[in-house]
Each structure stands twice: as C-alpha cells, then as structure tokens.
Design a protein around this ligand. Structure first.
Ligand code: SAH
Ligand code: SF4
Ligand code: F3S
Length: 465
C-alpha cells in the first residue's frame, strides 16, 4: 500500500497566497461583488466562510443576490445523487445568466469537484464555467482568482493528495455569536455506501493549540456557542491529544456553549461519555448516526458496531446524562435490505427514541463498495419504508417535545422566527427550536423561556423576565 500523503501547508506556501491576495487587490478594476452558494453539510458551510474570508481580503464584497454578483462560487456536495443534481441544475441555470452577463465569473468547488474525473468533465462539457477546484486546494483560491483575472485563463486545479491542513486562513463568519471550528478533516472509516472518504481525504487533526487559540479569540469577540466540526470528531488525535481531553481544555475557556458533530458510535469512549456530566459548558445533545438497526446490514455497511453495542452505548450515555437529546442519521434501502431487516431499524428507533433523525433513501455513489452490490428492492418499496420510518420518528419527536411543556429552558436567540416575524427563536442546549415573543435586541443573547406548548418538532415558549 502506498503511504498516505497528507500535507500541512507551510508558512511559505501561505505567504505565496497572501501575495496573490495583494496582487488581486491591486488589479481589480472595481470592487467585485461575489456570492457563494453552499450545498451540503456544516463542513461546507464553514469552508464557504473561509472562501468568503479570502475574497474579502482581496477587496471584494459579498452580495446577497446571485443576480447582482460578478463572481459566483458553488460549494458543492455529492453525498447523495440529489445533492449532485442540485449542484448541476444550479450551474446550468448560470449558463443563462452568463448569456446576458458575459463578464460573470463562475466557479465550482467542494466535494463534487474533488471526485476523480469531474473537473476534466467540467472543463470539456461546461465551457461557461471559469474555475473549478476540489476540497484539498481551496486554500489556493487567491492564486486561482489571480490567474483568472490577470491572465484571463479558465482555471482548473487538481489536488490528488490525501488532504491538506492550512492554518490561519481568514474567515468571514456568518454569525457573530455562534461559530464553527474545524478540529479534524477527512474520514478513514469507509462505510461502504459513503463517498466522503474519497472527497475529504484521510483523517487529519489540527494541533490542540491552534484550536484553543481560535476558540479563545472567538470567546474574546463575545461568541456564545461553538460547534466543533469533523467527519468523526471523536477520532480526533491532534499531537496525541484525545477528543475528550480537548473538550476539557475548551470547557475551561468559559465559552457558554460547546457542541460537536459528527460522532461515530464505535469511537464513543467512557471518557467522552463522562464529559456530558462533568463539563458544564457542553450541551446536552449528541448526534450519533446509527444508519441501520440490523446487524447484517450494519456489517455490510462496514459500520463496525452491532445493534446491541449501539444500544448499550446509548444506555451508558443516558445513565450519565438522563436528559440528553440524541439525534441520528438513518439510511433506508441499503442494497439487499430485506423487509425484516428494515423492521429491525424500525424497532431500534422505537427502542432508542431519538429526539430527531435525518432519514435518507440509499443512493449509490460511484466508486464506493456498495454501489457494486446487487439491489432488488424497488424504488416504491424504499419509498414506503422511508415514509413509515419518518412517521414513526415524527410521533416520537412530538412526544419528546410534549414532555418539555412546563419546563424552563435557556435559549440562545438566533433570529426572527421563520413562520411569524412577530416572534423570535433560538435553540435550547438540547437543540430544540423554541419560538416566543420577545424583543429583537435579544438576538445573540441567552433568554430564559418557559415552554408552554409543543408543535410537531418545535416548541412554543414564554419569555421569563
Ligand atoms: N460523518 C458523518 C456524516 C456523513 S454524511 C457520519 O459518519 O455520520 C451524512 C449522512 O448522509 C450519513 O450519516 C448517512 O446517513 C448519509 N449518507 C451518506 N452516504 C449516503 C448514501 N450513499 N446514500 C444515502 N445516505 C447517505
Ligand atoms: Fe461517511 Fe462513514 Fe465516514 Fe461518516 S464515518 S463520513 S458515513 S464513511
Ligand atoms: Fe456533502 Fe461533502 Fe459534506 S459530500 S455531506 S459537503 S463532506
């Protein structure tokens, strides 16, 4: 086997990019307006914040409306077929926009373009796309933009390494009170259905000190909540530090709320479980994707735990922290899943009682092991299964919400309610969304709220002075 190649981007390489930032700033005829469209998970949301940080430093300005932009970048996802279709559908729409606005620059980055062969296809098939790059070379955005603008070239950047770590890139954060911190990148688990290890590279953890410095700076800016990000945060091992130790260190900084995602059940250690009772700033919420409830399917998925081991871990966690909110991801219709095996998923959901679950119909991804497995279940059967699963989870979610009525919750106010702009909303530590009447000045602050009623998946509250 060849040695994995993971590259820490050196100071020299970073300085080169800083020089490109300065050069772009000099040659820009006027302040270009940019818009980044983000598809996919939190990882991509944070990557877009970093791209925006770099574009800001080049003297560009962000604009809300895609139609007003001089530069549009799509940060793509490919975890399921519909994610890819969404990206491609959007990009085709841009072709029409470019027909009326020939100077528009169109870029595509992210997970979809990290897949082998995709950039080559874009180059040939989509002549209106000016720029394409993957996940490992995003830090080179300044150089790519320079070549685009100064040399008037289409730019296609490949990076076939196993991944990079680049510290100290500028970030333009979407929120002033809630922030993402990436603590590790990539995934080594190779669940047989999943494309992520192929497009995000091998696992690599940031140094503990770099993470603590970032967290301290955020605390000093008044950030109230941080979310530690990684494909498997609990396999973090920066410089020999384990994830639970990192949580202890971060807890000491005094940021009111700490969250993390995603955790792999096989890496839930007793030390990590203990954190839920010992760390006062750690939110009582754990996203712990189970994927399936049948042992043969779990084995075929290469998940490396059994149904029984998962349920045992859940018991251990609830013993330490009885009011923790557990959420999950579940896949229906993995190749060969029989009706009986699907019933095992249903019974696990009934037994564990998640606060909420994201449910997906299996989507074959080229290059993964499962994509080659025979699959005789019809699309209709899969659709029936997922509908039953969603109905079951909804009834559990609404029971959980109902059990909150009468309790007093601390809510970090995020903004104005989506459905009613007379109301404001925010999440409890356990991650339940609460809508209530209150002043918009509360946005970005904590509020004590009494829960008065429950909807299907959200709560209604009353502000306590
Ligand atoms: N690293 C995380 C999440 C990865 S992707 C984890 O391990 O849990 C988010 C979710 O997408 C997965 O948990 C899985 O439920 C789902 N998913 C991944 N690949 C999929 C596929 N090929 N078809 C359907 N769902 C998929
Ligand atoms: Fe994909 Fe599995 Fe890695 Fe999660 S742990 S990113 S599901 S391979
Ligand atoms: Fe999608 Fe990439 Fe995230 S494939 S789910 S954006 S890691």
């Amino acid at each position: 086997m060849t040695r994995p190649e993971i590259r820490q981007i050196t100071e020299d390489e970073k300085q080169i990019q800083e020089r490109y930032i300065a050069s772009v700033k000099e040659i820009l005829p006027h302040s270009l307006k940019y818009n980044i469209v983000t598809l996919g998970c939190q990882m991509n949301v944070h990557d877009s914040e970093v791209m925006a940080g770099m574009l800001d430093e080049m003297g560009m300005t962000m604009c809300e409306n895609r139609e007003d932009a001089d530069l549009i970048i799509y940060n793509t996802c490919c975890v399921r077929e519909n994610a890819e279709n969404k990206a491609l559908g959007n990009v085709i729409w841009l072709k029409e926009l470019k027909a009326v606005k020939p100077d528009l620059i169109i870029g595509v980055g992210g997970c979809m373009t990290q897949q082998p062969g995709v950039i080559e296809r874009i180059k040939v098939m989509y002549p209106f796309i000016d720029l394409a790059f993957g996940t490992h070379n995003m830090y080179k955005l300044p150089e790519m933009i320079y070549r685009l603008i100064a040399k008037r070239q289409r730019v296609f950047e490949y990076d076939t390494s196993d991944g990079t770590i680049c510290e100290g890139l500028p970030v333009r954060r979407n929120s002033s009170f809630s922030a993402y911190i990436n603590i590790m990148y990539g995934c080594n688990n190779f669940c047989t259905y999943c494309i992520v290890p192929y497009v995000r590279g091998r696992e690599r953890s940031r140094e503990q000190q770099a993470i603590l410095d970032e967290a301290k700076a955020l605390r000093d800016q008044g950030v109230k909540e941080i979310m530690l990000l990684g494909q498997n945060v609990n396999s973090y091992q920066g410089g020999g530090t384990r994830f639970a130790e990192l949580l202890y260190q971060i807890n000491r900084l005094g940021i009111p709320r700490i969250r993390f995602m995603t955790s792999h059940p096989k890496d839930i250690s007793p030390e990590l479980i203990a954190c839920f009772s010992e760390l006062e700033h750690l939110c009582k919420h754990l996203h712990l994707p189970v994927q399936a409830g049948n042992n043969d399917i779990l084995r075929a998925m290469n998940r490396r735990y059994t149904r029984e081991a998962y349920i045992e871990k859940v018991k251990d966690i609830r013993r330490v922290c009885p009011d923790i909110g557990l959420t999950s991801d579940i896949i229906v219709g993995f190749p060969g899943e029989t009706p009986e095996q699907f019933e095992d998923t249903m019974s696990l959901v009934e037994q564990v009682r998640f606060d909420a679950a994201f449910t997906f119909v299996y989507s074959p991804r080229e290059g993964t092991i499962a994509a080659k497995l025979p699959d005789h279940t019809t699309a209709e059967e899969k659709s029936q299964r997922i509908q039953r699963l969603i109905a079951l989870q909804q009834s559990i979610t609404s029971d959980v919400c109902e059990s909150m009525i009468g309790t007093v919750q601390e809510v970090l106010v995020e903004g104005v309610s989506a459905r009613d702009d007379h109301m404001i909303c925010g999440k409890t530590g356990r991650s339940h969304m609460v809508n209530f009447e209150g002043d918009r000045d509360l946005i970005g602050r904590f509020a004590r709220v009494r829960i008065v009623s429950a909807g299907k998946s959200t709560l209604r509250g009353q502000l306590i002075d």
